[in-house]
Design a protein around this ligand. Structure first.
Ligand code: ADP
Length: 236
């Protein structure tokens, strides 16, 4: 019964969290629509601005729902993964090319520094891509202009796993918050995360994906000095 009660309370928390997350963008959409009906429609320039805000909020809702669906599929083991040998180098190269414009826009130096270029892991290719995209996207989001983001990888001492790190010189995370960042919807600074288009689900997705592939994830950080997220995956 204690386990049942615990699960029931987790479910309640999740529903409360989701409702809260949906409420904020919906209230904005409603407020903009009301303003338009209240007369802003007659002002062409203002109308365009309000409709653009409605679009932004709708995009946020869309992103949130996609993240929730993705997490639910991974957790319920409904997601069918194709576990094959995947080259870390190729996946990192694709991710870095994809994120380069976002890094350049903030004058952040984004580099891949393989310590073992030929490393192959047992994973689903798209899943590994999603892990990396989430970690590099966060590293860029939470690093101020002029910083550095480095992706590196090597096999672990016992020769069984590959260790893949994403390190940044960003705002960092304090010790008491660090243990919570992998929780669903947990964000150190809600307002800042929202402003940057965050959903609070990225790291929960990373954790569940890594576990589905027989690996895990950990983080080290120091407030104001940067963070390092490490994913371990079985070598192929
Ligand atoms: P979000 O969509 O808010 O980025 P995540 O689950 O990806 O959600 O991350 C949860 C929280 O962890 C973020 O809101 C942020 O406070 C913190 N965080 C994640 N990555 C970093 C990082 N590289 N540097 C500093 N803080 C981070």
């Amino acid at each position: 019964t204690t386990e049942l009660r615990r699960l029931e309370s987790l479910r309640r928390d999740f529903v409360a969290n989701v409702s809260h997350e949906l409420k904020t963008p919906l209230s904005s959409i409603k407020a903009y629509a009301e303003t338009l009906l209240d007369g802003a429609l007659d002002d062409r320039q203002a109308s365009i601005t309000f409709v653009e805000r409605i679009m932004e909020q709708a995009d946020r809702l869309h992103h949130l729902i996609l993240d929730m669906l993705s997490l639910a599929r991974i957790e319920s083991a409904q997601q069918v993964f194709e576990i094959v040998p995947v080259s870390i180098q190729e996946t990192v190269d694709e991710c870095v090319a994809n994120q380069r414009p976002a890094a350049e826009a903030k004058r952040i130096e984004l580099t891949a520094e393989p310590q073992q270029p030929g490393c192959l892991v047992r994973a689903d290719k798209e899943g590994l891509r999603e892990i990396l995209d989430n970690l590099v996207d966060n590293a860029i989001k939470y690093t101020p202009e002029g910083g550095r983001v480095v992706v590196r990888w090597r096999s672990t001492a016992d020769g069984k796993m590959a260790s893949l790190e994403v390190e940044d010189t960003g705002i960092g995370i304090s010790a008491d918050e660090l243990s919570r960042v992998f929780e669903r919807f947990y964000r150190v600074d809600k307002a800042r995360s929202r402003e940057l288009g965050g959903t609070g689900l990225g790291l929960a997705i990373v954790k569940h994906l890594a576990q589905s592939f027989g690996g895990g994830v950990s983080a080290e950080s120091e407030s104001g000095r940067g963070s390092r997220f490490t994913v371990e995956l079985p070598l192929a």
